[in-house]
Structures are given as C-alpha cells and as structure tokens.
Design a protein around this ligand. Sequence first.
Ligand code: GLN
Length: 273
Amino acid sequence: MVTIACLLQRAQQLSSPSAKLDVELLLAHVLKKPRSYLYTWPGKELAGDQQAEFEQLLARRHAGEPVAYLLGQQGFWTLDLQVSPHTLIPRPETELLVETALSLAQDKLPVRVLDLGTGTGAIALALASERPQWQVTGVDCVEQAVQLAQHNGLSCQQPQVRFLQSDWFSALSDEYFELIISNPPYISLDDPHLQQGDVRFEPSSALVSGTDGLDAIRHIVRQAGRHLAEQGWLLFEHGYQQSTAVRELLAQAGFVKVRSECDLSGHERVTLG
Ligand code: GLN
C-alpha cells in the first residue's frame, strides 16, 4: 500500500516546470478530493485501482500531455470548463480579452456578442456569466468543439448562450453584432514554439495560421464590416509581437479608435477597433 505523502514525492520524476502542482492535481483528481485533502491526510493509503490510475496519468504527463487534457477540465475566469483535445486549453492571458470586452459596453445595454473560434466556449461563457442581458453567440468550425461548448454552456448555467458550427462568419449570413471578439489561431507555421510543451498536443487548427500567423486575423478583419453593428467593436487576442501588424490591418480596413491593451507581463496582447 502506498500513501499520499509517498506519491507526492513522485513530482521529482517530472521535468515540467509545474511538476509539484501537476502531481497534486492528478492525485486529487484520482481521489476525487480537493487539493487541500492531500496535506490534511498525507498518511492515507490509496486503493489499488486508484494507484494504477495515478500511475497511468503520471506516465502520460511524463510524455508531455497537458494536465488539462488529463483532468478533462480547466478553470477560466470564474468557470470550470470541460476541455478535450479538439479544443485549445483556455489560457489565463485570454482573460484580458474578456476584461477588455466587458469595459466596452455598459451593464444595462442588451449587447449582441459574437465569439469567433469559441473552442470550449470560454470567452462566450465568461462574458455571459458577467452580463446576463447580453445575447452571446459562439461559433467554431469544429463540430466536436461546438458540442463541447454547448455542454459547458449547460454545466455553467448559461443555457441561453448560442453555439453554432460555422467557418468564421459563414453561418451568420445577415446577423449584426455590437461586439465581435476572437482568440483565433495566430502562430506562424514554422514557429519553434509549436514543438514545445502543451501546444504539441493541442489542435493545430486552433494554433497555426499561415506563414506569418496572421491569416485568420486578416480574414476576420476583411469580413467583419458586414457583421458589425454601427459603433461596434472588433477585438482580437494575438501574439505579443503582432500588435503593430494587427493595428495596421484594422486601420487599413477603415477601423477607427484602434488601440492595443497589455497583458500582465506588459506585452500588447489584445488589439481592438
Ligand atoms: N497563446 C497560445 C500560445 O501561444 C496560442 C493561442 C492561439 O493561437 N490563439 O500557446
């Protein structure tokens, strides 16, 4: 029989920068307990099947699989979202996009919002949870992502959020929105970052966008004019070295009030107009 304290030591086997946290999350998941339980009951012994499940998860983590895929969930904003290898894992830096969107419109207005490439539904559901009177739509071209977002809508008590399968705007022929928001794929094809860490396991359709990473943003900027209500805003998350290029794309397409916002590391991560 092996104890919790003994299994916590196994973090030393992982090369992940978050090895201690990874092991705690996997162990708490197997035991179906909060992380604090591990330190309250370090002498507790695991049942044989629990230990086997933990060993399997640890081996997969050792091979590089993201913890969020192993747990099947990831926290974003105030929400617990189900994730799958069909979707990008929501990132903390994307909360800047949510904060920026929330700052653009007053609470009371019934704003129509479109989240392009919604994945797990993270951005759409975070906005809907803060502004119940907003009409939020999330679209994704991947059928499994739409199903997952719909599932997350129900589990986060946001059943009013509409999720559709659509290749960017293709399923939204004559609809208008006050806010169009997107965390699109923005990594360039030959970026060495794609060979490292969690991104190796994430769908490339959610990450990679042409030789300069800007194909999706260019496409959305070109099409957005047909779907943006008067005085509406278009907002993107992008790579930290892409802000100048995104501002130029927006300005060239006739957008005004174009500006970028910095993330917690001081990088321009969000651009809007
Ligand atoms: N921010 C992610 C990363 O660099 C990429 C997300 C995206 O392409 N939208 O890992």
